[in-house]
Design a protein around this ligand. Structure first.
Ligand SMILES: Cc1cc2nc3c(=O)[nH]c(=O)nc-3n(C[C@H](O)[C@H](O)[C@H](O)COP(=O)(O)OP(=O)(O)OC[C@H]3O[C@@H](n4cnc5c(N)ncnc54)[C@H](O)[C@@H]3O)c2cc1C
Length: 410
């Protein structure tokens, strides 16, 4: 058995690592110390801005983000994970998580094309041209709207947003919540119930809702993950008229399409996200422990500190093997839905406990906001909730075990 990455992927990994080291890490201080821009878009008004607004994520000026995007494009990183038929590098899931881990080592994320995987293979040619290809070029951004005020862990059972057919159009009514990037996206992928009897078993449809459609409005939700600028939104759909050309896939297929997105984007990639953060945080903690002196010795010489460092190391090594193996299996066309729940669960639980230990090793410095550590703490604490809570993913795993759908004997 050869567990190494092949030569191409290894070279790409090292290339991204170098670019992140040379271009992103030097910007971290500026990213963390510049006062955030303030936006006053109360009520249901659109914050406006679209692509430019999306790019000004974090506290760096727009020209810095554009420069990083150019570097990413020129190095062939920006679209390396996109299937070849849409003009990308076709590295598959394994390539995606390997590169994503490197990108996540810096709190200043090197831009990578955000393309909704649920649209691959389910879009009409017109949808490819209008939505997929602009995302591949970095000209359009999207958001996924499933969660509602009454429907979080049980979206299929509790979803209230309805779509009623009206001639060849559909009329959408409802409220979505916690939609990341909703207010700044160019289009939203919105799930709505089209058959109340079937619900998640063929009664939910995915609609592509353009930002400028009449009856669509937003209100920001401030979470602790992105201080200074909200990235989550309420999305209000008030009689939004959607032409049938904006249905993604078949009517009633929307729940499955949402799951396809969640399994890759919110579960598998949660593993690489946690890995990038944990790996860099451990590097920082090792360096720090060697130089911080108390009672006449570096703290690295204390067993209490060594045990925290090794705990984080063990979590990293186990999570990396699990994530790479699952991505490799996904690329072979295997059903890895339950394994992705396992990754999501471990990324959240282990990532959170690891960053807590790193914070402890840094003492008071670990809580200062011009260090990435508290921000990483928020992200990894959120990883226990967003994309399905740890409890729900344990439930998914238990169902797999009890129904004999997953193997564990090795
Ligand atoms: C920052 C952020 C970004 C998000 N981005 C998006 C997005 O882009 N798009 C989107 O659609 N959604 C998004 N979400 C929503 C997110 O996916 C939900 O918050 C999450 O799935 C949990 O749902 P809930 O908040 O309604 O919790 P609830 O479902 O109300 O759960 C509350 C608690 O009960 C527990 N629980 C629920 N059911 C069970 C059970 N059967 N057994 C045991 N325990 C149970 C849960 O684990 C949790 O601890 C985001 C949320 C946040 C905070």
């Amino acid at each position: 058995m050869d567990f190494r990455l092949d030569d191409t992927l290894e070279a790409m990994k090292l290339n991204v690592r170098n670019i992140v080291k040379n271009e992103c890490l030097p910007l971290e201080k500026q990213y963390l110390s510049t006062p955030p821009e303030t936006y006053s878009y109360g009520g249901h008004e659109l914050p406006g801005g679209l692509a430019e607004e999306r790019l000004s994520f974090g506290n760096l000026p727009l020209d810095q983000w554009k420069r990083l995007e150019k570097i990413s494009k020129e190095a062939g990183i920006f679209t390396m994970h996109v299937p070849e038929e849409y003009g990308g590098g076709g590295t598959g899931a394994l390539g995606h998580i390997v590169v994503d881990e490197e990108v996540r080592r810096s709190i200043v994320g090197l831009p990578i094309a955000e393309v909704p995987v649920m649209m691959y293979g389910s879009s009409t040619q017109e949808q490819v041209d209008r939505y997929i290809l602009p995302c591949v070029r970095g000209e359009k951004g999207y958001a996924f709207a499933q969660t509602e005020p009454q429907a979080g862990s049980d979206p299929g059972g509790m979803m209230q947003t309805r779509a009623i057919s009206d001639g060849s159009d559909w009329i959408l009514d409802g409220t979505k919540m916690f939609c990341t990037g909703g207010g700044t996206a160019d289009f939203l992928l919105v799930q709505a119930v089209t058959d109340t009897n079937k619900r998640q078993h063929g009664g939910v449809t995915m609609f592509i809702v353009d930002k400028n459609m009449s009856g669509l409005s937003f209100a920001p939700i401030q979470t602790w993950i992105y201080p200074g600028k909200a990235h989550q939104y309420f999305v209000y759909l008030d009689g939004v008229r959607i032409p049938k050309e904006n249905i993604l896939g078949d009517i009633g297929q929307g729940f499955l399409l949402g799951q396809k997105w969640l399994v890759h984007q919110d579960r598998l990639l949660r593993g690489s996200m946690a890995l990038g953060i944990m790996t860099r945080a451990l590097e920082m903690a090792v360096d720090w422990a060697k130089t911080r002196i108390t009672f006449g010795k570096p703290i690295a010489e204390r067993q209490a500190i060594q045990w925290m460092l090794t705990d984080v190391y063990v979590d990293i090594m186990a999570l990396r093997d699990m994530t790479r193996h699952t991505a490799w299996r996904a690329d072979r066309g295997e059903d890895v839905r339950v394994e992705c729940s396992m990754i999501k669960y471990c990324a959240g639980e282990w990532g959170w406990r690891s960053i807590d230990k790193i914070m402890q090793i840094f003492g008071g410095l670990g809580e200062t906001m011009d260090m990435p550590i508290p921000h990483w703490y928020h992200s990894l604490r959120h990883a226990r909730v967003g994309g399905g809570t740890s409890e729900i993913h344990k439930f998914v795993m238990a169902r797999g075990l009890l129904q004999g759908r997953i193997a564990w004997e090795g």
